[in-house]
Design a protein around this ligand. Structure first.
Ligand code: XIL
Length: 378
């Protein structure tokens, strides 16, 4: 028996036992797919991003899989500023409230995303010149949104993507109008509004040495001000085949040394060529498509699926090595067809970055990820 079929066999047997003993209701509903959250339950949370359709329970297949597989969710968009405060001091909590209720009913932790970010800001913030208005927005937004969900969500990405690649602070409206203490102030306000909620800094490429040093400086500054920060989220929008494993390992060690949790918050290992040969996840950077940039429109070749499966296995083996420091791994989407990478950076792409295919079937990467945990009893 090959290693892979052995793993499949072991988990089928495990599921059979769980089903017979009535131990795992979710597993009993689908004897094909062992639940990730169950497999990693002694190690770290396993999350997914949820889109608006899923939050409204209009996607039955996704709904089933989310309830079965995940014990953490991050709203992909519905808690972002442009949606939750579309007009000055006019809030729309509808979908965010639905998400919170859904998570509560299904015993899932919500990582709320995100309070302060330069992207997806409401239209009224575009071109706002007056520093006092920016300050008012900043205080009101953090206070009103974070306090509403305190005790209802598990954690907040308080500040998202505040750094440039060289580790300096990104020139956002917040930096320009509020000065370079704004990140500390965001955490201070969040701490006051949400005393029962964990507070995180989240960014992409902060595993890279220069940007990581910038993130460490930010975290130390927050701590030195006596303000609470509970963890750091490394987004993890990497490309299968070029995942920066050594930098990730060094980052886990260095961030953990600050006494905070380390999470992988937006995992997707895309398989398409990158238009700029870099690893940005800046949502405003888009590129033009071509056949060469979209080579798998008619299906994912087995060789590529295997390469991706290996990349995921290496990554999760590393998370398991540091399971005392890594507290969550969240995938940025439920299935390949629902990933933002089909529309970014090139609209109309066919990407395959997640563990479940377009029919919600587990891919090779799913099995390689669960194989990083020694099955119980062995
Ligand atoms: C993305 C969403 O997936 C898209 O649906 C949206 O159009 C743009 O934003 N970093 C983040 C996420 O922190 O919020 C972004 O999500 C992806 C990059």
């Amino acid at each position: 028996m090959s290693k892979k079929s052995f793993i499949r066999f072991t988990f089928s047997a495990w599921l059979f036992i769980m089903t017979c003993t009535g131990g795992e209701k979710a597993a009993a509903q689908n004897t094909q797919t062992p639940p990730l959250k169950e497999i990693f339950k002694n190690d770290f949370l396993i999350g997914t991003a949820m889109n608006a359709q899923q939050i409204e329970e209009k996607d039955a297949a996704a709904d089933r899989l989310i309830k079965q597989q995940f014990n953490a969710v991050t709203p992909e968009n519905v808690m972002k500023a442009e949606i939750i405060q579309p007009g000055w001091n006019k809030y729309d909590f509808d979908l965010a409230d639905k998400l919170v209720a859904y998570a509560q009913q299904n015993n899932i932790k919500v990582n709320a995303h995100t309070l302060i970010w330069h992207s997806q800001l409401p239209a009224f913030m575009h071109g706002m010149r007056d520093a006092d208005s920016v300050r008012q927005y900043f205080i009101n937004h953090i206070t009103n949104v974070a306090s509403r969900y305190d005790g209802k969500v598990y954690s907040w990405d308080v500040v998202n993507e505040a750094l440039n690649e060289d580790g300096t602070l990104r020139k956002s409206i917040f930096l320009e109008k509020l000065g370079d203490n704004y990140i500390v102030e965001a955490f201070r306000l969040a701490q006051k509004a949400a005393p029962h909620t964990k507070l995180y800094y989240n960014d992409y490429n902060i595993e890279q040495p220069e940007k990581r040093a910038g993130a460490i400086a930010v975290i130390k500054k927050i701590q030195a001000a006596g303000v609470r920060i509970d963890g750091v989220g490394i987004q993890g929008h990497w490309k299968a085949g070029t995942v920066p494993m050594q930098n990730i390992e060094e980052s886990i060690k260095e961030f953990s040394a600050l006494g905070i949790e380390v999470m992988f918050t937006e995992l997707d290992l895309g398989v398409l060529p990158n238009p700029w040969n870099n690893n940005t996840a800046e949502v405003s950077s888009t590129a033009k498509g071509s056949a060469a940039m979209n080579p798998y429109a008619n299906g994912l070749p087995d060789s590529v699926e295997q390469m991706q499966s290996k990349a995921y296995a290496d990554l999760f083996s590393l998370f398991m090595k540091y399971k005392n420091n890594v507290t969550r791994g969240t995938f940025w989407g439920v299935n390949d067809g629902q990933s933002w990478l089909n529309g970014w950076p090139i609209p109309g792409s066919t990407n395959y970055p997640l563990l479940f295919d377009r029919n919600f079937k587990p891919k090779a990467a799913f099995y390689s990820v669960i194989a990083t945990v020694t099955p119980r009893g062995n």
